[in-house]
Design a protein around this ligand. Structure first.
Ligand SMILES: Cc1cc2nc3c(=O)[nH]c(=O)nc-3n(C[C@H](O)[C@H](O)[C@H](O)COP(=O)(O)OP(=O)(O)OC[C@H]3O[C@@H](n4cnc5c(N)ncnc54)[C@H](O)[C@@H]3O)c2cc1C
Length: 400
């Protein structure tokens, strides 16, 4: 029998590698084409809802992912103007019992490494670096990916997991550049002994202020704290990972409480991102080509779910490709149908919570505090059940 053509995957980030593993678990070979010279992740921390752990388990990497994670016991919301607690969500035994999995934080490199190791352990995944995909052609039976170096690579299908600036999306959807949100994020990592002692909480903490917020949590076995601070300063251009001096960071936070400002003073080696997202699109699939992860549904980070959604996409993709081996285009259409509304909900609600929880001022902020203080952890579990209960497949399909 001839060897089947691999599924081509443009992009070896978290979404692309998770997709490769998901296909391999169904016996489907893939070839990952990554633009960079080496495989890896930049940036420090990432939060993982229980839905991420459902996806890890379905992808067979649950134990290795758990070994890398820090299991926090609260999501805390603080008022950045007064320095007061607003509310918290308890992530202890009741939360885990409700969702069947924990909430955790992990270093991005460690998360990427979990998938990279799994890819290297199976002969069904081939990884190629220095391979930028610029576009594709298809003939109904195969897809040809065009590479920047002039090469062509042929596969049974093509998955565009090439991130926010996806070339595959440019050809498939053609909806221009992403929307610049005007929100500027600065990231730093603080050795734990430099984090103010009274704030070394085992929590993901959000300090919410007018047009700005801070997030911090412990990482890497408590060696460091991840610190991400954001201000809505109407930045006009997208930027990714530009080093910036401390004074430029602090300029967006001069109006907040000294206790919150003090945290920023402990940061160093700051880097800046101007955040982008997109409107949800109904078009993710073109015959044997489909989008996945940020290429399909880039979102603001306010639900901390972009990577979680990419992993859920991977689960759904593997499932549908296996269910439609004789008609891969139908498999991609079924994958899209399964994922479209859930990811659109996260995209749109991420914007909404940015406006109503992270960044309000004055009466709007007082209303936030009043509404959120009145909620118990159980109320929050109920509100978040639609999100944390999923794994990319609904219950019926999980049993199938
Ligand atoms: C400040 C911030 C905080 C966040 N926090 C969280 C969080 O707490 N929890 C969470 O779940 N998510 C979070 N996210 C979102 C998360 O980082 C992304 O959603 C996730 O990394 C998307 O993964 P991806 O594989 O789809 O895309 P990417 O990570 O962008 O990977 C794309 C890959 O494709 C490669 N590539 C690009 N173009 C090409 C090409 N033409 N050909 C071949 N290869 C190509 C790139 O080099 C890269 O390796 C956050 C995002 C930001 C900005």
């Amino acid at each position: 029998m001839p060897t089947p053509l691999p599924v081509l995957i443009a992009g070896g980030g978290i979404g692309g590698l998770a997709a490769a593993i998901s296909l391999a678990r169904q016996g489907i070979p893939s070839l990952v084409l990554e633009k960079a010279q080496s495989l890896g992740e930049i940036g420090a921390g990432i939060q993982l809802g229980p839905n991420a752990f459902h996806a890890f388990d379905t992808l067979g990497v649950g134990d290795t992912a758990r070994a890398m994670a820090v299991f926090i016991d609260r999501l805390r919301l603080m008022d950045a103007m007064t320095g007061q607690d607003i509310t918290h969500i308890d992530l202890g035994a009741k939360f885990r019992a409700r969702f069947g999995n924990p909430y955790a934080v992990i270093h991005r490199g460690d998360l990427h490494g979990v998938f990279l190791r799994a890819c290297r352990e199976t002969p069904l995944v081939e990884l190629r670096t220095a391979s930028e995909v610029t576009g594709y052609d298809q003939d109904g039976a195969t897809v040809r990916a065009r590479l920047a170096n002039g090469e062509h690579v042929t596969g049974a299908a093509l998955i565009g997991a090439d991130g926010l600036w996806s070339h595959i999306r440019r050809q498939l959807v053609g909806d221009g550049p992403p929307r610049v949100s005007g929100h500027t994020t600065y990231r730093s990592v603080i050795p734990t002994d430099r984090m103010p002692e009274d704030l070394r909480w085992n929590a993901a903490t959000l300090w919410a202020g007018p047009k700005c917020h801070l997030v911090h949590y412990p990482l890497q076995g408590w060696k460091v704290f991840n610190l991400v601070v954001t201000c809505h300063n109407d930045a006009p251009e997208p930027v990714a990972g530009k080093p910036v001096p401390f004074d430029e960071v602090m300029a967006g936070f001069t109006h907040i409480h000294p206790r919150a400002q003090a945290i920023i003073r402990h940061g160093s080696d700051w880097k800046l991102w101007v955040l982008c997202d997109r409107e949800p699109t109904p078009r993710w699939v073109d015959g044997r080509v489909a989008l996945l992860g940020d290429a399909a549904h880039p979102m603001l980070q306010y639900f901390a779910q972009g990577a979680c959604m990419a992993m859920e996409d991977a689960v759904a993709l593997g499932h549908e490709m296996a269910a439609h081996r004789a008609d891969l285009a139908a498999g991609l259409a079924a994958y899209h149908a399964r994922r479209l509304l859930r990811t659109a909900r996260v995209q749109l609600q991420s914007r909404a919570i940015g406006e109503h929880i992270y960044h309000p001022a004055g009466v709007h902020a007082a209303l936030r505090n009043a509404v959120m203080t009145a909620k118990s952890s159980e109320d929050w579990y109920e509100s978040l059940a639609w999100l944390y209960g999923g794994n990319g497949l609904d219950e019926k399909m999980r049993e199938a």
